[in-house]
Design a protein around this ligand. Structure first.
Ligand SMILES: Nc1ncnc2c1ncn2[C@@H]1O[C@H](COP(=O)(O)OP(=O)(O)OP(=O)(O)O)[C@@H](O)[C@H]1O
Length: 587
């Protein structure tokens, strides 16, 4: 019973919040309104920092941009606050696109520093602008009005903030569950997964950056028309750090976490200030020290933030997501006739500084064939894989795929898919969503379609296809479990399902049997034989000799980056050079 109540906690909290103005004193209603406004700014950070992994110190500046844009349009130019809202959102989107186009290419600390510079510049820009009343503050900002009624009272502005909050929560959840959202959620692990399956990591980072700015601008608009007085202080660097803090405390990758973090930080700060003022006086600001100590304890106990901590308690009581009906794609990619060449490599080379990791390697692989690639550690097998899949640029040589040159960017779209030596999955995402990332290039709907709910048919198709593949590899009953709960063996199988989701003609498998138990290897071997029978070409890098010899139609052996043998398994096994170089045994 308690668990069920906990599972409904976010909705109960929203329902209680909706009724709060009826019973609470005006001051408390006003505090909750500001908590909701701060939460909205934090939702933007959830998308940008928590989900896409980009740290921003500029969120308060975008809140300020929204606030000042609407305040200027309504107070100085006499336009309606609703036109001010349009101006705030469009202005924030335009500025974020401009800044993001330059900054999202930057990685790690550089992006954080770039947003820091933007935040500081914005603060001084508005503080020194005569049109915006400099640091003295801007007055005379009109309230928003609905149906001719101006929303002035605490209860009315509370209602306005609540409606905005619900809309943003619904929008964020819808976006994150969409095709674009899955790519965004993969970015936290780096760009590799997105790029492998044909999605531009840079484009999606820009989407997260702009979405965060637009949400911040909405928060700023609310602030301007609820407070109706603006000065630069709430939009400075301290405020950006506060937003970041609220997001992290709540659980940075979680939509509900933003609400928990904003509520907790705002309320604790207020309460500590009131409790400590009589003891230490108004000027010592001891509450900041007490607040920092409290937050350290919270983060120590709940490292990923409070919401994931609560979620652990709630999850067993939540109804599992509805099962997805499996579906085979109506238009599958045509496989070339059995035995026709799929990929030909001629003179492939890759150097790292002075090291020749792949040295003049040529081979081909045909439809309905498993080509095994063997070689001791450091022989260049993984580098070869990365050259074929487009993960690494070539230093020389040619790759021809289905008769035409293969460019780095087109690999996935043209039917080439892969798994990784170290399973690259998004552990917080469910199995079915991980698989659906593989099918990203098979969908068309973007952010706008997902926002308006126009992607439902496409989502049914992509998730149904993913469910079909999960059933096929024997993981169908775990579709909505998170990938992080899987054993290593199952993670490797899941990667294969994701690679198959791209509907490939050629599948590159990098040590798929590593870490698998004997029975799991047998199941994997059966699956690969079935895929081969369907006409798929497979390149299999593997250290398990027995596994490779059992499956491969032809074998290529590499050593020190060079191809030292290529042919039928029995010819290769008997090759004196292979025995000496690979097995360390002189013939
Ligand atoms: N990014 C890199 N920078 C520098 N050197 C690299 C890089 N990647 C691989 N190498 C070097 O290239 C050589 C080939 O490495 P590679 O990982 O392709 O071998 P491998 O056959 O896959 O080995 P293993 O079976 O251990 O995975 C090694 O000497 C390795 O140290």
């Amino acid at each position: 019973m308690i668990g069920r109540l906990l599972a409904l906690a976010p909705f109960i909290a929203l329902a209680i919040a909706a009724l709060a103005p009826l019973g609470l004193p005006t001051y408390q209603v006003s505090v909750i309104t500001y908590v909701m406004i701060a939460s909205i700014a934090c939702f933007g950070l959830v998308l940008m920092t928590g989900v896409a992994g980009m740290v921003s110190f500029g969120q308060a500046a975008f809140v300020g941009l929204g606030a000042y844009a609407s305040a200027y349009l309504s107070a100085q130019l006499g336009l309606s606050p609703w036109l001010g809202l349009a101006g705030a959102l469009i202005g924030a989107a335009a500025v974020a696109t401009l800044i993001g186009a330059i900054t999202v290419r930057m990685s790690g600390h550089y992006l954080a520093l770039a947003t820091l510079c933007f935040g500081i510049s914005f603060y001084f820009l508005i503080g020194n602008s005569d049109e915006l009343s400099r640091f003295n503050g801007m007055t005379g900002i009109p309230p928003a009005a609905v149906g001719g009624i101006e929303l002035r009272s605490e209860q009315q502005t509370f209602g306005l903030a609540l409606v905005a909050l619900v809309l943003v929560v619904v929008w964020c959840r819808r976006l994150l569950a969409s095709r674009c959202g899955r790519v965004l959620r993969s970015l936290r692990t780096g760009a590799v997964i997105a790029e492998t399956f044909g999605a531009s990591a840079q484009r999606h980072r820009l989407i997260a950056f702009v979405a965060a700015a637009v949400i911040a601008a909405l928060s700023g608009w609310l602030y301007a028309h609820v407070q109706r007085f603006l000065n630069p202080t709430p939009f400075g660097l301290n405020a950006s750090i506060d937003y970041l803090f609220m997001t992290v405390i709540g659980g940075s990758g979680q939509v509900w976490g933003a609400l928990v973090g904003a509520g907790l930080v705002t309320v604790i700060k207020h309460e500590l200030q009131d409790a400590l003022r009589p003891i230490f006086g108004a000027t010592t600001r001891f509450e900041l020290l007490a607040f920092a100590a409290l937050m350290i304890v919270v983060l120590h106990r709940a490292r990923k933030g409070l919401w994931p901590f609560l979620q652990q308690v709630i999850t067993p009581y939540m109804a599992p997501p509805a099962p997805v009906a499996p579906l085979i794609l109506p238009s599958r990619r045509a496989k070339p006739d059995h035995g026709l060449p799929v990929l030909s490599a001629t003179g492939l080379r890759r150097t790292f500084g002075g090291l020749m990791a792949v040295d003049d390697v040529s081979f081909d692989v045909r439809s309905g064939e498993i080509l095994g690639v063997l070689g001791p550690n450091g022989a260049g097998k993984s580098t070869l894989f990365n050259l074929i899949s487009g993960g690494l640029p070539r230093s020389g040589g040619e790759l021809s795929f289905l008769g035409t040159p293969l460019a780095r960017v087109s690999a996935c779209a043209r039917g080439l898919s892969r798994t990784f030596q170290h399973a690259a999955l998004v552990s917080e995402m469910s199995l079915i969503e991980n698989v659906a990332i593989g099918a990203t290039h098979l969908g068309r709907c973007g952010v706008l379609a997902a926002s308006c709910g126009l992607d439902a048919t496409e989502e049914r198709r992509l998730l149904g296809w993913s469910q079909h593949l999960l059933d096929r590899v024997g993981l169908g009953d775990k579709a909505w479990d998170s990938a992080g709960t899987l054993s290593l063996g199952h993670q490797r199988i899941l990667e294969i399902a994701r690679a198959l989701a791209a509907d490939p003609v050629l599948l590159l498998l990098d040590e798929p049997a590593a870490g698998l138990r004997a029975n799991e290897k047998t199941l994997l071997a059966d699956l690969l034989l079935r895929l081969r029978a369907e006409g798929l070409a497979i390149i299999l890098v593997e250290h398990d000799m027995e596994f490779v010899f059992r499956l491969a139609d032809r074998l290529m052996v590499m050593n020190f980056g060079r191809r030292i043998a290529f042919g039928q398994p029995e010819e290769v096994r008997a090759d004196a050079g292979v025995q000496e170089a690979y097995l360390g045994v002189a013939a």
